[in-house]
Write a protein that binds this ligand. Sequence first.
Ligand SMILES: [Fe+2]
Ligand SMILES: [Fe+2]
Length: 131
Amino acid sequence: MPGFLLEWSDEYLIGVGELDYEHKDLFIRLNELHEELIQHEDKDEIERCLGEIYTRLSAHFALEENFMRKSKSLNYVRHKQEHDAFLEDFIDIINDLRVSPELSEGGELAEFLQYWILNHIITSDREMVSK
Ligand SMILES: [Fe+2]
Ligand SMILES: [Fe+2]
């Protein structure tokens, strides 16, 4: 598939059904954004994709934080800080893009988001269920 950067692999499963489901869903949205960025360059559609990812990601982080509170996760504070910092960066990205749409050219933006999310899943999210 053109523009497909990251393929879901069951290696990324963390073993909590609803969180795994949302991680897979995020991959789908990110690939959609990536395609939009490199193929169509339709500004409204790019903004819609980014808004959709932001909304789903905020809800996903809230679900994980709830899970961590219930399971009394030792790394709750640090993990939540990662979530909060990323959402702030995400808002900056969306705002920068409104001012300079050319920043989205070439798909680097989607690559950055994919990299951060994958990295977070295989480190912090995995650690959350291993303790
Ligand atoms: Fe997650
Ligand atoms: Fe997380």
